[in-house]
Write a protein that binds this ligand. Structure first.
Ligand SMILES: Nc1ncnc2c1ncn2[C@@H]1O[C@H](COP(=O)(O)OP(=O)(O)OP(=O)(O)O)[C@@H](O)[C@H]1O
Ligand SMILES: [Mg+2]
Length: 277
């Protein structure tokens, strides 16, 4: 496997005199070009911290992250900005939309930053907004729309420039199962037809079942890995659910309790939420 991303002994510590939190604790893994990798783990296990280091938003305390031959932990601010612009698309857990711009303008802005022509911007942004079901609300401001609509806008903004690498933090967290499915199919299409590499954090086994490989985090460390291989999505979903139910410490954010999580696991097995086809 030719590594596209090579994460070597990465650590991130927070805190000082009052105590240190090891948010990410000596993590190493590789990602090949064109892989669709998922990251799962309980709340506080270090998923966002890991993603933010991969996306250069946050610095590492120790270790190195290589993209090809470039060590991004050594890049200066200018080099980092160029690297992000040329390679990355982000979907943040908190959406990060600009409140003074409409939904449509938030998406168009991402394209303007890439110096696209007006004609291309108009055509591509309309296509993406229609695909993700936000065309009708394009003239509304973020505070006037729902969490799920904001999330779809954030995804449209990240996908619109067809990034080489898409980093997404809980992109389906605020979506119903139908909207989640459309979004995941869009991710899949980007992955299959454009060989885009995708790194997606999710709590949701249904969303994770779209991935080719899943890293499971616990207390800042990778404790398990699942590879989809030739399995169909239903079989892979069951594998994921098995890992989640074995790790009793896992919780589900929707309920915040282990019990709720077990119920959610059962619900997904029986097809109650996000039917697998
Ligand atoms: N800026 C910060 N300062 C101090 N501690 C932090 C900071 N950011 C995260 N942490 C701590 O690092 C650990 C990992 O946090 P992180 O946000 O990566 O978790 P997560 O797996 O993304 O959780 P969630 O599923 O709730 O989003 C947690 O214990 C958290 O409290
Ligand atoms: Mg998080």
């Amino acid at each position: 496997m030719k590594a596209y991303i090579n994460v070597c002994d990465v650590e991130k510590y927070y805190g000082g005199d009052a105590g240190v939190t090891k948010a990410v604790d000596r993590v190493s893994f590789q990602v090949a070009e064109g892989e669709f990798v998922g990251v799962m783990g309980a709340s506080g296990s270090g998923k966002t911290t890991l993603l933010n280091m991969l996306s250069t938003i946050d610095s590492v305390t120790a270790g190195h992250i290589y993209y090809g031959d470039t060590d991004i932990t050594e890049l200066k601010p200018d080099g980092l900005a160029k690297f992000r612009k040329q390679n990355l698309g982000f979907v943040f857990q908190e959406y990060n939309l600009l409140d003074t711009l409409t939904i449509g303008e938030n998406i168009v802005l991402a394209m303007t930053l890439q110096n696209k022509s007006r004609k291309v911007i108009k055509k591509d942004s309309e296509e993406m907004m229609r695909l993700l079901g936000i065309w009708e609300i394009r003239d509304k401001f973020p505070y006037q729309v729902s969490g799920g609509q904001k999330q779809r806008c954030a995804c449209a903004r990240a996908l619109i420039n067809r990034p080489k690498l898409l980093l997404a933090d809980e992109p389906t967290g605020a979506l119903d199962s139908r909207a989640a499915e459309t979004l995941l199919e869009t991710f899949q299409k980007l992955n299959e037809t454009r060989r885009a590499t995708i790194f997606m954090v999710t709590h949701d086994a249904f969303s994770a079942s779209y991935c080719g490989r899943i890293l499971f985090l616990k207390d800042g460390q990778i404790f398990h890995e699942l590879i989809r291989g030739r399995k169909d999505r239903r079989e892979f979903l069951n594998n994921i659910l098995d890992v989640l139910s074995m790790t009793g410490s896992m919780t589900h954010t929707a309920t915040g309790t282990g019990e709720g999580f077990s119920a959610a696991v059962q619900d997904q097995r029986t097809g109650g939420d996000g039917d697998v086809r």
